[in-house]
Design a protein around this ligand. Structure first.
Ligand code: FMN
Length: 206
């Protein structure tokens, strides 16, 4: 599958079959995440891969409670995903890298000085590479927020205090699902989103 086809086909899938992903396939998808660019080549995004059923149960216990699960029965199909990838990042690897002699002049030794926190940017780039690789492999994937339970995850999986999950990528084989209700918003027209030389001047899409 070429890149443009992966881009066209990629969508967030929220229902998975329980079947495990072949290790070689999972490895290719994970390593695609390492091909993403990173500011100063910091490579400050680590990937924590959870495929053991007990570990995945721990993840879901940290992210949801019984009340939420009762209110979201569709969640059962989502949590079947046989692999969960947590992209872990934080300011510290970046402020350390930008304290090195070739970067010190940028004045970014302090996290507050960064106009854009590139650690989150780099995590997004890694996630997109994973999503596109998953699509190319015929897998389903969902990026979801990690809104709660960070300290439980840290305790269970041992990642250090200077790294935090940017979210979670669920991977697996697709089961029939319902598209996100958010898609009812429709696509903003290209000419509204892309500006040709001046903000507000619509890009003349070919
Ligand atoms: C930063 C980010 C956070 C998201 N968080 C969630 C989430 O917590 N749960 C979820 O079901 N989808 C989540 N999504 C998926 C979006 O709802 C989805 O990408 C959007 O509706 C467009 O659908 P598509 O990706 O299938 O084209 C998230 C997407 C992004 C980029």
């Amino acid at each position: 599958m070429d890149l443009y086809e992966s881009l066209r086909r990629r969508r967030m899938v929220r229902a998975f079959q329980p079947d495990p992903i072949q290790p070689a396939v999972l490895d290719r998808v994970i390593q695609a995440g390492l091909r993403a660019p990173s500011a100063g080549f910091t490579q400050g995004v680590d990937l924590l891969v959870l495929s053991d059923p007990a570990d995945r149960a721990t993840f879901w216990a940290a992210e949801t409670d019984m009340q939420w699960r009762d209110a979201h029965p569709d969640h059962q199909a989502t949590r079947q995903a046989p692999a969960i990838v947590l992209p872990l990042t934080g300011a510290d690897p970046y402020t350390r890298r930008y304290s090195e002699p070739d970067k010190a002049a940028a004045g970014l030794q302090d996290a507050e000085a960064w106009p854009v926190p590139f650690w989150w940017f780099d995590a997004g780039a890694a996630v997109m590479a994973i999503l596109l690789a998953a699509t190319a492999e015929g897998l389903a994937a969902l990026f979801m927020g990690v809104f709660r339970g960070e300290s439980d995850l840290r305790h269970a999986f041992g990642f250090p205090p200077d790294l935090a999950p940017a979210g979670a990528v669920l991977l697996g084989y697709p089961a029939p699902d319902r598209p996100s209700p958010s898609l009812a918003r429709g696509h903003r027209p290209v000419g509204q989103r892309v500006h040709d030389g001046r903000f507000g001047r619509p890009w003349p899409a070919a």
